[in-house]
Write a protein that binds this ligand. Structure first.
Ligand SMILES: [Zn+2]
Length: 51
């Protein structure tokens, strides 16, 4: 299952493993309308919207 950037940010895991997750958000095409995070793929967000 794909990692949800929203969930990682909420659990404060991105600080620990930031480099690992930058690959999910280096060329963002989607934004989460609920949390405001950006990601390359919609599957990484809980409420994705195409940018
Ligand atoms: Zn979200």
């Amino acid at each position: 299952m794909a990692k949800k950037i929203c969930k990682l940010a909420k659990e404060d895991l991105m600080k620990e493993d930031f480099k690992k997750y930058t690959k999910y958000m280096d060329k963002p095409k989607y934004i989460c309308t609920k949390c405001g995070h950006a990601a390359n793929e919609e599957e990484n967000l809980c409420k994705p919207k195409k940018i």
